[in-house]
Design a protein around this ligand. Structure first.
Ligand code: PDD
Length: 284
């Protein structure tokens, strides 16, 4: 039986229900997190709790738990479901109220749900790399909030799928922002370049771990806007996310990146990232 959390209670997955007037369901009025679990241990749990609090705070939803209480609930969920390798999906909405665009009265109770899913490490794509397609970034201007409004991201990912690609790389005019569900980093002359974490992208936790590892190992980094042209001339390109880890991108719009195979710095960062996971969660 799969257990899920609904507003602090552990219940059977098949008994979990959403009210048709839940504001997440009607307005996308809520925020979420996807957290990786290796060996039954959450990876970068604190960073995810911090971002969840920040996202909720940014849209004026008050979390009903302290970070410690929430972490404790999620640890129990992992145990109850015997999850060794997978993810936790965690979401909170403003709550259930008669439909009205404006926020309901202050005493509305938020709806918080969490569930787990088994998920393997994507060994094949980590090894061989993936193809990507470019697409205009049509999303709103607060992409730093991990909001439930994912229509722009969904449309972008669908375009990738229709082009036989793994990811869609979004751009605002000439400037590359991020993937539909990942951050994008390029390597040029030994320097790792990635869009700064401002309101145009999600401050990816995987990306931040990579930037920390670069700092520790004296790999030069530039957090700055870069253009489609720079992307096309990159030596190496990769994407980062909780589920895709550090995935090499070997072609964009059917044109090969560098030599068309995962590059040496990408390989090195993959291996440093794996060591970081093992330091937190035990050997893989
Ligand atoms: N996606 N940018 C966007 C738009 C994302 O949705 C994600 C994550 C990232 C990478 O963030 P992180 O490294 O913290 O996972 C960047 C999650 C996994 C998802 O929606 O499934």
């Amino acid at each position: 039986m799969a257990w899920v959390i609904v507003n602090g209670k552990f219940i059977n997955r098949t008994e979990a229900k959403v009210d048709i007037e839940d504001r997440g369901y009607q307005f996308g009025d809520g925020v979420y997190e996807v957290i990786r679990v290796y060996n039954g241990v959450m990876f970068t749990a604190k960073e995810h709790m911090d971002r969840f609090s920040r996202s909720a705070d940014n849209i004026g939803i008050k979390l009903p738990y302290t970070q410690e209480q929430l972490r404790n609930l999620l640890d129990q969920l992992i145990d109850k479901n015997n999850l060794r390798l997978g993810i936790i999906y965690l979401q909170i909405t403003r709550g259930t109220a008669p439909r009205n665009h404006a926020f309901p009265a202050a005493n509305i109770i938020p709806n918080l749900v969490a569930y787990t899913k088994e998920l393997e490490i994507p060994t094949a794509t980590l090894h061989s790399g993936v193809k990507a397609v470019l697409t205009e970034d049509i999303r709103w201007l607060r992409c730093d909030i991990k909001s439930l409004n994912l229509l722009g991201n969904s449309l972008a990912k669908q375009k990738a799928v229709e082009h036989g690609c793994y990811e869609a790389i979004q751009h605002r005019g000439e400037v590359i922002t991020e993937g539909s569900s990942s951050n994008i980093l390029l390597v040029k002359d030994g320097v790792v370049i990635t869009h700064p974490s401002n309101q145009l992208i999600l401050k990816g936790i995987t990306k931040d771990v990579i930037l920390e590892l670069c700092a520790e190992h004296r790999i030069p980094v530039e957090e700055r806007s870069f253009t489609i042209r720079e992307l096309e001339q990159a030596d190496e390109l990769f994407l980062t996310s909780t589920t895709s880890e550090v995935t090499p991108i070997v072609a964009v719009n059917a044109r090969q990146v560098g030599r068309g195979v995962p590059g040496p710095l990408t390989r090195r960062l993959q291996s440093l990232f794996k060591q970081r996971i093992e330091a937190q969660c035990g050997s893989l």
